[in-house]
Design a protein around this ligand. Structure first.
Ligand SMILES: [Zn+2]
Length: 86
């Protein structure tokens, strides 16, 4: 029995987060989709992460990045890379 921090519950989380972008893009095959959805249903940190990513995508999509707080902007850049903002 492990008692990991709430920010990372283990390999399942890493796997889920690795696929999160494809998940949000709707590019995951159905078998992976089910795995991610099941994980998000059980894992609050990953649910938070997924909803954060979704908000980022919405910001980028609507070109509202300039209006985002600098701290958020830094997180966007760090996570998505410069290409996503171009
Ligand atoms: Zn997780």
């Amino acid at each position: 029995m492990t008692d990991e921090s709430t920010t990372n519950c283990g390999p399942a989380c890493e796997e889920a987060l690795e696929r999160l972008e494809s998940f949000l893009d709707g590019e995951l095959p159905e078998e992976d989709l089910g795995v991610i959805q099941q994980h998000l249903a059980d894992c609050h940190p990953c649910t938070d992460r997924a909803s954060f990513e979704e908000q980022l995508r919405s910001l980028v999509r609507h070109k509202c990045v300039d209006k985002a707080p600098p701290a958020l902007f830094d997180r966007v850049r760090a996570h998505l890379g410069d290409a996503a903002l171009g």
